[in-house]
Design a protein around this ligand. Structure first.
Ligand SMILES: [Zn+2]
Length: 217
């Protein structure tokens, strides 16, 4: 059995999304300061992070898009963890269409769309002209009952389309979305399990995850 990491590392000052602030990571209690509290030779570090929800590799719950949608605390683990998964190669060009899913069983599965846009992570190129999923393709995945949809791109939607159809369609169908994934090229096409579990925050729509796959060799 192998575990394959599909998430980016979150670092101080790292921009995930253009226009959103980068995380501020600092000490709440430094090791040095902790020495005054604990027994001699005993020290701890307590970190503090100030970040927007959309940082690093993250999962969107329906609440991100819809006020009455399930928030992170209400997302069932069954929708996030130990999912049967399949990797789908993105269409040539920016838009991944229904054609990409022809002949692929998606019902009840995590569908991970491999665009290889993660090669631009932490460069200016990451923020412009990224690959996305069309509204028709999102309708197909929702209609066929995909469990979760993931993508290794900057946004699952075309950022020039302010109605955000892929988010709207998938989240209305209560299908969580995992964005800013990486390393999808290391996965077999299918026959593996996928997990991407955010912290259970009430009244919150999005949170970073440690997304990973379990591959049985
Ligand atoms: Zn999103």
């Amino acid at each position: 059995m192998r575990l394959i990491d599909l998430s980016h590392t979150v670092e101080h000052g790292m921009a995930t999304y253009k226009g959103l602030p980068a995380p501020l990571i600092c000490d709440f209690l430094s090791r040095e300061a902790s020495r005054a509290i604990y027994a001699p030779g005993t020290e701890f570090h307590i970190g503090r992070i100030d970040m927007v929800a959309n940082t690093g590799t993250y999962v969107d719950s329906p609440f991100h898009r819809y006020a009455s949608g399930k928030d992170l605390a209400h997302l069932p683990l069954e929708s996030l963890a130990h999912l049967d998964a399949v990797v789908v190669a993105a269409s040539a060009g920016r838009a991944t269409t229904t054609e990409a899913f022809r002949g692929i069983k998606v019902r009840g599965r995590a569908v991970l769309i491999r665009t290889e846009w993660d090669r631009h992570w932490r460069t200016d190129a990451y923020f412009e002209g990224q690959p996305f999923l069309t509204a028709d393709a999102a309708e197909l995945l929702a209609g066929e009952g995909a469990a979760l949809v993931g993508i290794d791109s900057y946004n699952i939607d075309d950022t020039a389309d302010w109605s955000r159809p892929a988010h709207s369609i998938l989240l209305e169908a209560e299908i969580p979305i995992c964005e800013h994934m990486r390393n999808l090229g290391s996965l077999p096409g299918s026959g593996f399990r996928f997990s991407a579990v955010p912290v259970k925050v009430r009244g919150f729509g999005t949170f970073p995850v440690r997304a990973f796959a379990v591959v049985e060799d």
